[in-house]
Write a protein that binds this ligand. Sequence first.
Ligand SMILES: Nc1ncnc2c1ncn2[C@@H]1O[C@H](COP(=O)(O)OP(=O)(O)OP(=O)(O)O)[C@@H](O)[C@H]1O
Ligand SMILES: [Mg+2]
Length: 706
Amino acid sequence: MKIDDAEKFIPKEVYSLLKDKIEEFLPPQASAIKNGLFKGHNLLISAPTASGKTLIAEMAILNSVSANKKAIYIAPMRALISEKFEDFKREYPHIKSALSMGDYSENDSKLNSCDVLFASTEKIDSLLRQSNKYLVDVGCIIYDEIHLLTDVGRGPTLEFIISLNKRIFPHAQIVGLSATIGNAEDIADWLGADLIKSDFRPVNLIKKVYFEGELVNGKKEHINLVEDPLSDIMLYLIKNNKQALIFSQTKKSAIANAKLISKLIEPKLISRDRIALSEIANEVLNVLDRPTSQCEEVSQLIRSGVAFHHAGLINKQRHAIENGFRAGLIKYIVATPTLALGVNLPANTVVITSVYRYGNYGSEAVPKLEIEQMLGRAGRPKYDKEGMAIIIARNERDFALIEKKYIDGDIEPIVSKFNSESAIRTYTLALIDMGLYTNKQDIEAFFGTIFLSYFGIDISDKLEDAFDFLEEHEFIINENEKLSTTKTGKLINRLYLDPYTGVILISFITKTKGERGRVDPFSILHAVFCTEEFKFIPLSQSEFQKYEEESYGLKLYTDQNIVDYERFIAAIKMSHVISDWINEKSEKFIEEEYHVLPGEFYTILERLRWITYSMIELSRALGGKANEIGKLSTRIKYGIKEELLPLIAVPEIGRVRARKLFSVGIKTLAELKSTDVRRLSDLLGLKTAEKIYSYLHEKETENKLI
Ligand SMILES: Nc1ncnc2c1ncn2[C@@H]1O[C@H](COP(=O)(O)OP(=O)(O)OP(=O)(O)O)[C@@H](O)[C@H]1O
Ligand SMILES: [Mg+2]
């Protein structure tokens, strides 16, 4: 449909924003428009990757904004939300949009005044629990990548907020988007939305299976036969000058594959590219105070035009790599599936190196849904006229499986993952605290509206257990059949904690509050790592023995009866990791000593800040050692010993500068203030010295004025 022909469907204000931007609507977009997108109808768009679903979301958002209502865009991955936010801001700078992804210390008041909010599922969940003062006048809600309802980790939160939003904002338009739903009719029915289903993909994506030197799709194309499948494919892509994204299932294999590719591409680089690549490589190398061996490894690879990309890299490195790829300098990225959702990158070709991964029952075939998302990164309209997707088969059995499941097979249906004790007790507490429901029947009725219940699954027993758990731990009270939260229950919910985490933290706080003197930071860390808010990483047998032995000599307060024993022991290792960090060991040391990669390490730090913040709040409420935990929290943030706490209060001073000052005898703010600017400048450079000086002086004037 040409834009002119769509004019009659589109409000004037929105039309004027679109008309210079779009010539013709793609079929799924035209369908959405004809089926009431601008009339506020709820729609579920089930259409292939790269079929222009984002523009449908964008139009719903613009429509909502033109009616003076707030629009919310919700997606599960941070990288994706940022990309959509940045694109929107660039396209529509006059519209007030905000990005919010879940830092507890974030200033949420800006969310009140924005017209469009781009947020993570978790952030919306958390905002809804803060008595919902930020989300008012909501006109439309976009759920991008809605198939993640079926994800064990993120699915339950998404399912809860969709159900809750339906209850709280019954008139807000719902737009769900996904390329990979096997049972779109079910999802649409559950959402109360009209289904827009399409097979249209603007860029043809040719899927091939690699097997024994040949690319097979109906016919066979002999490409080469050197020694291994990936080398064959890479030589073919290099020869045809195609940029590609290569997916590997694990971090380890992503690195190994990147190394293999670098040997093939390195000799072919031209000198201009070498220079540009070495700039990117240096940027990636120097993001930390001291480069770790991972930093060195990835930057070395980048020099030869290839990079690996996984959660072990820190965000800045990943961005630099993605930008290098967008600029066509980095020709190949070998990624784990974290890069599979929604992003637009100039990957003409996607290669899947393995369709297996280790699951609970050993090696298992990855769902088609996930493979389809990875393949869908190839051939994006912005960059290509045609895309290619190659799946590697290593033997006949693989070949048969790939053809049957991934080429000819259907995408799996989306099923609910809500049926977990953790989800049920967490959201039961949330519902009671919000005051939406005050009796068990109504809460049960609410759970009757979630996606799990759509399939007729009965959770009444688990719900009864959740009520018992919450009452037993005094998070809720039940007076004359009327439910309400206690002060602690309220706090647990507002802090966004699983009630079970609350029990572990409260037990620690209560046990230590009577202790005379200080509580060792190690034992605080141990309690924190015993909660299920941290991903459990099983120890090797020898590590387990080592830490178990150590545990006998430690003074720990975590109640062994309420924590899984393996987690209890593994928490000792993690407490060592963070203890070393707050004793000023580098990321490099942590990577070498514990095999915790910087990206993973920073994710842990971020979680730790949230949990320690929660602990401070709980300690204040329960008369525990809030000060001690507060100090630890700051030490974790900066990675410093306690003696640096006074200096770190100055904005320009981080762990390295604080240590430098301390080592020359400048240990307190008073000493810093009385230090001559020239001396400071010799130590920290002129600019920093000036900033510190003026900060301290402004502060002084401020204090005087007060
Ligand atoms: N009407 C249009 N005309 C031309 N190009 C378009 C049109 N609509 C969208 N595009 C382009 O097509 C690409 C589609 O990307 P989009 O992110 O919308 O895909 P998607 O359907 O969300 O896929 P995925 O399922 O992978 O997230 C974008 O680069 C966009 O600029
Ligand atoms: Mg998309």
